[in-house]
Design a protein around this ligand. Structure first.
Ligand code: C2O
Length: 549
């Protein structure tokens, strides 16, 4: 195996977008941050040095961290933050995974600007018959003219939501449909008769996005670093946290064909007021002589779905299938040991007497799983678990079923205040448990899918549906042959998703909505996978430079 070393310096960098200049948090002064490109099976050592006056951590989103939970990164779950001036070296290997993933800061709202791509090249040839001529990373993000670092504190203080961002971005660039952004447009030069692999990552904080390219078809081949049965599509839908790798064939065009807009716009927006603006970039055919189109002349891809096109989003997601072949057998658990049903939803709290609350109707917003609104303790849960401290910081009694039966009919979401309990509750499972988690959206005040991300494991999405999950009826139509494998699932608005996990990675694993707004409100929980009996089934000891709280 090869070892690869990286140095990540977290530092401020002053940049300008939309004619607004401000310092942003970056890694090595780059925005988006550096790409990590490695081979399947490599060992990585990434030394992160905190050169700013804020605490920080980095998470390697989708990397399983088999037995190396210490390197996972969520602040106060698997580690204490890296304090100003301190360094921490994340050590882990990437085995059994290949494809597109990403990394991002995992504290406060720092991931708004601290993020980058992870590309894992496979050991074996691609399972699809297409020679890839070149690769194009496409990372979506959001840009705020005002500083984002303080948003979480403000939300905690007033119990309200954030402002919506000022622009969506492609590789850090808003594109010409935003004020003052013609110069800040992503342009990718391509040649005709080639096959490009687009590694698409949604690093936006709060918005699921549609994406398409004018006059081009996309062939989906991989999601969240797991191959799919290839299928052609005019557009994709991607939630924050997800990746989609597609092939783009340029054989329908000549080398002087001109500029084609690539565009991303929200499926639905979690923040108010809703932003339905569009970020665009261009594919530019190499020998084209015309200049980049002016904003007023840009032809948006006609196949780009409109905001709230539920039918398109549902159709797209339903086409995703893992390979389920001999070479890449589907490891979905056929039988389960345990089913946990978890509601995911938003809440309204009465305003405490001594506070000013700016959520809806003078109340506070919060969010919860099974009515438990997650509070991060000011310590590393993983370390407390590993050292067997008798815990006052967290407990093991996360409820395995919802406290209420949800029924969408006749519920007035604004009157239905669930008054969640605030705390740090997790549930524990034995090593090797075949675990099923049913994520049930409560539909209260929510306006989009909740992209639920689980750390430390991939899962198989065996079914999704609308309305209430019914264990008798719904389990009958589970796909146990070729369910899509992912690390982030969009739980349909007003519906549910059932995922199956081989809980074979000992440690403490965060599970949360990847809409940053909802994570801040507490839409999170965690689970513990206990050590197995064999030495190879145990969490490794903590590294000596692990940050302290
Ligand atoms: Cu991409 Cu816990 O996050």
């Amino acid at each position: 195996t090869t070892s690869r070393r990286y140095q990540f310096n977290v530092e401020w960098k002053t940049i300008t977008r939309l004619c607004s200049t401000k310092p942003i948090l970056t890694v090595n002064g780059e925005y988006p941050g550096p790409t990590i490109a490695v081979n399947e099976g490599d060992n990585l050592e990434i030394k992160v040095t905190n050169g700013v006056s804020l605490n920080t951590t980095i998470h390697w989103h989708g990397i399983k961290q088999l037995r190396t939970g210490w390197a996972d990164g969520p602040a106060y779950v698997t580690q204490c933050p890296i304090t100003p001036g301190q360094s921490y070296t994340y050590k882990f290997s990437v085995s059994g995974q290949r494809g597109t993933l990403w990394w991002h800061a995992h504290i406060a709202w720092q991931r708004a600007t601290i993020y980058g791509a992870i590309i894992i090249y496979p050991r074996m040839p691609y399972p699809f018959a297409a020679p890839v001529d070149a690769e194009i990373p496409i990372i979506f993000g959001e840009w705020w003219n005002l500083p984002v670092e303080g948003i979480e504190d403000l939300m905690n203080k007033y119990g309200d939501g954030p402002n919506s961002s000022d622009a969506y971005t492609i590789n850090g660039l808003p594109g010409p449909l935003y004020p003052c952004s013609v110069e800040d447009t992503f342009i990718q030069t391509v040649e005709h008769n080639k096959i490009y692999m687009l590694r698409i990552i949604n690093a936006a904080l709060n918005d699921e996005l549609f994406f398409s390219i004018a006059s081009h078809t996309l062939t989906v081949v991989e999601i969240d670093a797991a191959y799919t049965k290839p299928f052609d599509t005019e557009a994709i839908m991607i939630t924050p946290g997800q990746t989609v790798t597609v092939l783009l064939n340029t054989n329908h065009h000549t080398s002087s064909d001109g500029f084609f807009a690539m565009a991303a716009r929200p499926y639905l927006s979690s923040v108010f007021p809703f932003d339905n603006s569009t970020t665009i970039g261009f594919l530019k055919y190499k020998h084209t002589s015309s200049p980049m189109p002016k904003a007023s002349n840009v032809v948006l891809p006609p196949q780009l779905p409109r905001m709230e096109d539920h039918a398109y989003a549902t159709k797209f997601v339903s086409q995703l299938r893992s390979l389920g072949t001999l070479k890449y057998p589907c490891k979905v658990p056929k039988k389960i040991d345990k089913r946990v049903v978890i509601t995911v939803g938003l809440n309204l709290q009465d305003c405490p007497a001594n506070q000013t609350c700016k959520g809806f109707e003078g109340k506070r917003f919060s969010a919860s799983m099974n009515n438990q609104s997650f509070v991060r303790p000011l310590t590393s849960i993983l370390e407390w678990h590993y050292r067997n401290y008798s815990s006052t910081k967290y407990s093991h009694d996360f409820p395995l079923n919802p406290p209420h039966v949800f029924n969408y009919t006749g519920v007035d979401p604004l009157k239905y205040n669930l008054n969640p309990t605030f705390g740090t509750k997790l549930f524990a499972v034995e090593y090797g448990t075949k675990l099923e988690i049913v994520l049930q959206d409560t539909g209260l005040m929510n306006l989009e899918n909740h992209p639920i991300h689980i750390h430390g494991h991939n899962f198989f999405i065996v079914a999704t549906g609308f309305g209430n999950f019914d264990p008798k009826k719904d389990t009958a139509r589970y796909n146990l042959v070729d369910p899509p494998e992912r690390n982030t699932v969009g739980v349909p608005m007003g519906g549910w998703a059932a995922v199956r996990i081989n809980a074979d990675n000992p440690g403490v694993w965060f599970m949360h909505c990847h809409l940053e707004e909802h994570t801040t409100w507490g839409l999170a929980a965690g689970f513990i996978v206990k050590n197995g009996v064999k030495p190879s089934q145990r969490l490794l000891p903590p590294p000596s430079d692990l940050p302290r709280c």
